[in-house]
Ligand binder design. Structure first.
Ligand code: FES
Ligand code: FE2
Length: 375
């Protein structure tokens, strides 16, 4: 993929990837190393952890981790294990550490929200033990317009240059100001790349999403040239639609920074490897993909609005929630069917349409990053 505006030409012979890219455990493991451990990946939106001590737990490539807002207001990410004998510290998906500390349930080693070890009962007479050397294992973080990312590798480059022109492209939506109003968790029996590929084309929209097709024509809009870090573009709302909701009516007034042209589109961007962003005139939807195995992917989906909208008496996000929950389930079903098919001994890679050029671009990106070990 290119980080300028040149558009690579998909050859007319382009076909889908071999089955092994969707089912092979060795490839999956290599993807985790190349694409998830050694790249920036999305963790959580800043507004999901509004208060100090708010945390969210997650698992990446078998590692338990958590993000927590510190007493200084900074969101940090730590490995979720004690520096004494490795015990997992925090359970559950999300919550608030009301003591402004993390205490191990085994022998009560206690850590501050900045990861420093504050107390280690029973260690005071242990020769050579240094409390300062036993803080939580921390993970590099950086953020873009409210989206907190982490990097599990060593000495990562800053996030914003990696995103290149994307922050400027999407700045008008004011994503950092938005606040969550609903979450859904899905578990999809398909490879994570199936979800990104499904997201990157709308040829299936008239067939699978009649509700979406009624509000936004599948051939409208345009894709940006594929980029090293993101794939995406826009689709236009039909003249009679104002947003993607069960009725086509908006949830609220348009987000304050949008131009008149931006109020007539929905922007769709896959920020590789694990964030999908749907930007509507009046709300944002994010998807965080978490691969679990070659054939299983967890998806955390969150709906966000402007804080004034959330605080308006009688505000109801359900027309947007119901619209995308239905559309998501339609998509997951297709991904699961495709996963079944590529797992068959009869599967042979089929030809891409010229409307599937982003899928081909994604495949080239994958082969470039992970492929050398498997050519
Ligand atoms: S394992 Fe955590 S305090 Fe002992
Ligand atoms: Fe779809």
């Amino acid at each position: 993929m290119h980080d300028n505006n040149t558009r690579p030409i998909m050859p007319h012979t382009a076909r889908m990837l071999d089955a092994r890219w969707y089912i092979d455990t060795d490839i999956f493991t290599q993807e985790q190393v190349c694409l998830f451990r050694n790249r920036w990946q999305f963790v959580v939106h800043d507004s999901e952890l509004p208060n100090r001590g708010d945390y969210v737990c997650f698992v990446v490539d078998g590692d338990d981790l958590f993000a927590v807002r510190g007493e200084d207001g900074v969101v940090r990410v730590f490995h979720n294990l004690c520096r004494h004998r490795g015990t997992r510290l925090i359970d559950g998906l999300r919550g608030t550490l009301t003591t402004a500390s993390v205490q191990c349930p085994y022998h009560a080693w206690t850590y501050g929200l900045d990861g420093r070890l504050r107390a280690a009962p029973g260690m005071d007479k242990t020769e050579g033990f240094e409390r300062t050397a036993h803080g939580l294992h921390s993970v590099a973080t950086d953020s873009w317009d409210g989206h907190v990312f982490m990097h599990l590798g060593t000495s990562p480059k800053p996030l914003l240059p990696v995103l290149d022109d994307l922050p400027a492209k999407l700045g008008a939506w004011g994503m950092g100001e938005l606040v969550p109003v609903h979450r859904e968790a899905y578990s999809v029996a398909a490879n994570w790349k199936m979800l990104i590929q499904n997201y990157s084309e709308c040829l299936h929209c008239p067939v699978a999403h009649p509700q979406l097709q009624a509000l936004s024509h599948y051939l409208s809009g345009e894709n940006d040239p594929p980029h090293e870090t993101y794939l995406g573009g826009r689709m236009d709302l039909r003249p009679e639609s104002q947003s993607l909701t069960t009725t086509g009516a908006p949830l609220a007034a348009s987000l304050p920074g949008l131009s008149s042209a931006q109020r007539r589109i929905v922007a769709y961007y896959a920020v590789l490897p694990n964030l999908l962003l749907n930007l509507h005139p009046d709300y944002m939807l994010t998807f965080r993909l978490q691969p679990r195995s070659p054939g299983q992917t967890d998806v955390d989906c969150t709906w966000y609005v402007h804080p004034e909208t959330r605080d308006t008496p009688g505000f109801d996000p359900s027309p947007a929630v119901a619209f995308w929950d239905l559309t998501n389930r339609q998509d997951w079903s297709l991904c699961e069917r495709a996963q079944r098919g590529v797992s068959s001994s009869a599967y042979q890679p089929g030809p891409y349409s010229n409307r599937e050029d982003l899928l081909w671009a994604f495949d080239q990106w994958l082969l470039d990053k992970v492929g050398p070990a498997f050519r």
